[in-house]
Structures are given as C-alpha cells and as structure tokens.
Design a protein around this ligand. Structure first.
Ligand SMILES: NC(=O)c1ccc[n+]([C@@H]2O[C@H](COP(=O)([O-])OP(=O)(O)OC[C@H]3O[C@@H](n4cnc5c(N)ncnc54)[C@H](O)[C@@H]3O)[C@@H](O)[C@H]2O)c1
Ligand SMILES: [Zn+2]
Length: 386
C-alpha cells in the first residue's frame, strides 16, 4: 500500500431513476448556451439522446450532436471528433454513451483548451496546462467508470496497442447516473461491461497502489456488482439492479482514479489493440486466470472480496474463502454466458509470443500487480484461454 495517496473529485454527481431531467440545471449551473453532445451510433439509434436533447433545447440551449464515435476509437478518429467539435465554440461537452463516447468527450474537452496535438499527448510529449471545457458524463453502459477517472484510452493502430492517457485535469465535472439510460443495453454488453467494472474494483483492491480511498469504493463496488450483475443480465428492465450496476461501475472508476488496475488490464490491452476484442470481454475472460495466478500473495484480500461478495463463508479458512471468491468469478462468467472464440479471432499458439511482447510493454499497470508477472507466467495465463 502506498504511503501517500490522493482522490480527485467529480464536481457533482446525480443518481437515480429519472435523474436525466437534471441535465438542464447542470448545464445552467455552467452558464452554457452552446453544448456539444458526443455519442455513438448505437446509443443514438436507441433513442437515448432524444430526451436530454429536447430538455436542453426547451431550456434555450443550442445542442450540437456528434453521433459517430467509433467503438474503442483510434487517435485519428478522436482527432476527427475534435475537429468537428471545435467549430461549435461550445461552453460544455456532454458525453452520452459507454467508455468510447465518454473517453472521446474527455479528450475533446481537453484539446479545446490546450494547444496540443492528440498524438503528442498519446506519446507523453505534450504538457496539459489547463482543465478542458466543462464536461458532463452520462454513462449508458455500466462499465468503464470513465465518468469518474482521469483516464482516456485510444487505439494506436500502428502499434496495435491501446494507450491510456492519464491526467487529473480530465476528471469530469458532472455525472448523471440514470438507470433508465441502461435498461435496453443488450445482454452481452451488460455482461461484458459489468465484468469490466468488477475487474476495476478487484484489481484496484489488490493493486500495489491500493489505499483507504480505493479500498472503500472498491469493496462497495464489488458488493453492488456481484449482487446485481446476474439480475441486470437476466432482467434488463430491473431498475434496482441497473442502478446498482451504474453505482458499482462508477465506484470502480473512483477506485481507478486513486489506485490502479493491474495484470488483467495489462494482458487485455493487446487482445483489444490487435485483435479488437471488446475491452470488457477481454478483461472478463482474463479475470479468473489472473486471480488464480495472484492467489498465493492475495489470500487475505481475496477473503475480503469474498466477504464483500456476500458469499457463504461459514467455517472457511482464509485460503478456502479466497478460493470460493475465484470460483464465484468462474460461475459468474458461466451464468452471464461470457465466451470468446479466440481461434476465430486469429489467436492461437503461434501468436502467443506477440501477445506476450505487447503485454510486457504495459508496465504502467503490470508494475502495480501484487506479484511479478514474468513472460512465462503470461504464457500460462494466455494459454489457458485457447
Ligand atoms: N477512461 C477509462 O477510465 C476507461 C476505463 C475502462 C475502459 N475504457 C475504454 O472504454 C471503451 C469501452 O467502453 P464500453 O465498454 O462502455 O463500450 P462502448 O462505449 O464501446 O459501447 C459498446 C457498445 O454498446 C452500445 N451501447 C452503449 N450503451 C447502450 C445502451 N444503453 N443501449 C444500447 N446500446 C448501447 C454502443 O453503441 C456500442 O456499440 C474502450 O475504449 C476502453 O478502453 C476507459
Ligand atoms: Zn476496464
């Protein structure tokens, strides 16, 4: 555990069914007359942007829409969104969608106030001097927790790797967590993104950067997600479960903001960067294997997680409780039908060396894993998935 730790704050969070109505007050608080909503085709076609757009327009706000954020966008794709957004001279950026739209929105807001090129930012060559245009995030997956983190992830195609830009000035100003915005989220996306949120919480709890702030939010996230993920999957219209998932995902994001993800996310990056497996899915399939690998050094923390999961631990030793926790991850994945045909994506023994090479570069996350992960360890973990 670190000696010095900090927690970055979101300015305002509203939560609860129907709270999207508060969008006009939030925009008025920022005296914004011109706003840009950044979203993607799936969210746009599901009609989720209509209500916030109508509410804002009725309040006299000019609403400009960018609705073509690609899934898990590249540097150039985010740059194109920025070029489109800058013409509108907006006073506020609103991200409505999953991590792809919210990350794009966070980066666009930052680029609007800093004279830097996104490519330089990605390479760590540019300095961010000021906060971006004020941002409001409305997550429609539960999920990345991007609404609470200082991170934005972009794909760098020439390196076939996803890169995280991390800057405290990117923590959003406001967040609306309305479970109604998630009730039509397709089942497999509910499962994958929910497991991503669970990864954030578990990884942050066992990270070398774990601290009292992250522990508090991570354990609560684990309770909320493990209690409700199956219900959200089986009965998408269950608002209580959807609310638990949105809260759990955001608490996972807050944990990332003060701790860090670890080996699950590090090994997942090449699966997304080169083979375009969705972020949540690649993390979900790696989670049990990486936790089995970490078991020896994490018995007590895994017991804490088992307690947070409200598992029946009567009579269990610490080791048995830790093993029950891992078994619960396996059964969750089964119950949620989380599967990924790696062979169909071109992933087989022949590409293992490339995967290992790419994952080894994600030292930002690997260094926080409680146990050193050697290349041979990576090989064993990846091989289990084939
Ligand atoms: N910034 C961070 O802290 C952070 C953390 C983790 C992941 N990420 C990044 O976030 C991205 C992944 O985000 P994601 O997992 O939320 O997926 P996503 O944003 O790519 O969305 C996945 C799909 O779900 C659809 N969708 C979203 N909400 C919907 C709804 N309510 N109804 C119907 N369809 C809906 C979208 O149209 C899209 O097709 C990746 O690029 C990942 O690297 C960022
Ligand atoms: Zn993630």
């Amino acid at each position: 555990m670190s000696n010095v730790y900090s927690l970055l704050n979101i300015g305002k969070i509203v939560a609860g069914a129907g709270c999207i109505e508060q969008i006009t007050d939030i925009v008025a608080d920022h005296e914004a007359k011109n706003v840009v909503i950044i979203t993607d085709q799936g969210v746009w076609n599901s009609g989720l942007v209509e209500k916030p757009k109508a509410l804002l327009e009725a309040a006299g706000v000019n609403v400009h829409i960018i609705n073509d954020t690609p899934p898990e966008p590249t540097v150039d794709q985010v740059n194109a969104i920025y070029q489109a957004a800058r013409k509108f001279e907006c006073q506020m950026i609103i991200g409505i969608g999953g991590g792809s739209s919210m990350d794009a929105a966070k980066l666009v807001a930052l680029l609007l106030t800093n004279d830097v090129a996104l490519r330089d930012l990605v390479k760590g060559k540019a300095q961010i001097k000021r906060r971006g245009v004020p941002t409001l995030m409305v997550p429609t997956t539960a999920g990345t927790g991007s609404e609470a983190t200082p991170n934005a992830i972009v794909l760098v195609p020439e390196e076939e790797l996803k890169v995280g830009i991390v800057n405290g000035k990117m923590v959003p100003d406001c967040v609306i967590l309305d479970p109604i915005m998630t009730i039509n989220l397709p089942k497999h996306i509910t499962a994958n993104t929910g497991m991503d949120a669970l990864c954030h919480a578990i990884e942050c709890y066992i990270s070398k950067k774990a601290n009292p702030f992250s522990d508090t939010f991570a354990l609560k996230a684990i309770t909320l997600i493990s209690r409700s993920i199956r219900t959200a999957y089986n009965d998408g219209h269950n608002l209580a479960a959807r609310e638990d998932m949105l809260l759990g995902a955001m608490f996972g994001g807050i944990s990332i903001a003060t701790s860090s993800t670890t080996a699950v996310h590090a090994l997942s990056y090449p699966l997304g960067g080169k083979y375009h497996i969705p972020h949540g899915l690649s993390n979900a399939i790696l989670l049990p294997g990486v936790m089995k690998f970490n078991l020896d050094v994490c018995e007590e923390k895994f017991r804490d997680i088992a307690v947070a999961m409200e598992l029946d631990l009567a009579g269990c030793t610490t080791r048995e409780a830790a093993e029950k926790m891992i078994n619960n991850l396996d059964s969750m994945i089964k119950d949620l039908d989380v599967t990924c045909d790696l062979a169909a994506k071109g992933i087989n023994e022949a590409v293992l060396d490339d995967l290992i090479e790419a994952a080894s570069k994600v030292t930002r996350l690997l260094d926080n894993n409680p146990k050193v992960v050697t290349k041979e360890d990576m090989r064993v973990i990846y091989k289990e998935l084939l």
